[in-house]
Design a protein. Structure first.
Length: 68
């Protein structure tokens, strides 16, 4: 879709970022998303009010990128 309609894709991407920003996503993650993933991923981002969670806690989807 991006090759055929890059303007529409860019508009939808921007709208999605605006919406998750409105919902309270950490500004460091918003900045990374707005960079198109070009900036370094924030290591100190707050993912939810209780983050980082109890000792040993790791979000389920975090395992997808570690090969587990």
């Amino acid at each position: 879709m991006q090759d055929k309609h890059p303007d529409i894709v860019a508009k939808l991407h921007a709208a999605a970022i605006d919406e998750i920003e409105r919902r309270g996503t950490d500004p460091a993650i918003i900045a990374w998303l707005r960079s198109g993933g070009e900036d370094a991923f924030p290591t100190d981002a707050n993912y939810w009010d209780g983050f980082p969670g109890p000792a040993g806690y790791r979000p389920y989807f975090g395992k997808l990128y570690t090969g587990e």
